[in-house]
Design a protein around this ligand. Structure first.
Ligand code: GRF
Length: 219
């Protein structure tokens, strides 16, 4: 049985290490303090392993609780993160440019409600420097994937993919920029599909949807 839909506004938490542009897209789609009482979700908490991460400032500006948690040892970071997530009773946890690998026990605790965004069309180009990998492979298309997190690296079930062309003369930066535009659409879409219960980590999908979620959506 899927935990979603909840029948109330879902409390969304975001883990981010960097600039936080995906966080901003999530905050736009799921404002911290929604005016609409029937809102699907609201971003309530943002955690970062980087003290000066712009994501934290963006979260505070939007009215969400924002906390830096030092990442010297993974166990200590995760214990503190779990306490913070439980304190707000987070229903869904989104990794939006969170540049650390979470332990299997953390992943199991949030199974089915832990999403990540990755700048490639998974299963192609897992791990770091996905845009560089796509350019080096001579690919003609790239894109982004929002997926459930499982114990592997970038291996969980795909919720949404959006693709972009790779153009002659593209650099890692120009490709990343083109992908980012699609990321900002894909992450809110994926959150919506999960919160409505249309896609679950264990394969139950609304009729007519393939294993790629809204695979018909191409940027
Ligand atoms: C995105 O490209 C995302 O795919 C990757 O990290 C980047 C985060 O960017 N996992 P931002 O911090 O959301 O701007």
């Amino acid at each position: 049985m899927s935990r979603f839909p909840l029948g109330r506004t879902a409390r969304i938490a975001v883990l981010a290490s960097g600039r936080g542009s995906n966080l901003e897209a999530l905050l736009r789609a799921f404002p911290c303090d929604p005016r609409d009482g029937g809102a699907l979700g609201a971003v309530r908490l943002v955690l970062s392993n980087r003290e000066g991460a712009p994501a934290l400032a963006k979260a505070r500006a939007a009215g969400a609780e924002a906390r830096y948690i030092a990442y010297d040892r993974r166990e200590a970071f995760e214990a503190e993160a779990i306490a913070a997530l439980e304190a707000v009773d987070a229903d869904l946890v989104c990794l939006a440019g969170f540049m650390r690998i979470l332990s299997p026990s953390f992943v199991r605790r949030f199974r089915g409600r832990l999403l990540n965004i990755h700048p490639s069309l998974l299963p192609a180009h897992r791990g770091l420097h996905a845009q560089r990998q796509a350019l080096e492979a001579g690919d003609r298309r790239s894109g982004c994937t929002v997926h459930f997190v499982d114990e592997g690296v970038d291996t969980g079930r795909v919720v949404v993919q959006r693709d972009v062309p790779i153009l002659p003369g593209d650099t890692e930066e120009s490709l990343a920029e083109r992908i980012r535009v699609q990321e900002h659409r894909a992450f809110p879409e994926a959150v919506r599909l999960v919160l409505t219960g249309e896609i679950t980590a264990d394969g139950a999908t609304a009729e007519g949807r393939g294993s790629r979620g809204s695979a018909g959506v191409h940027g």
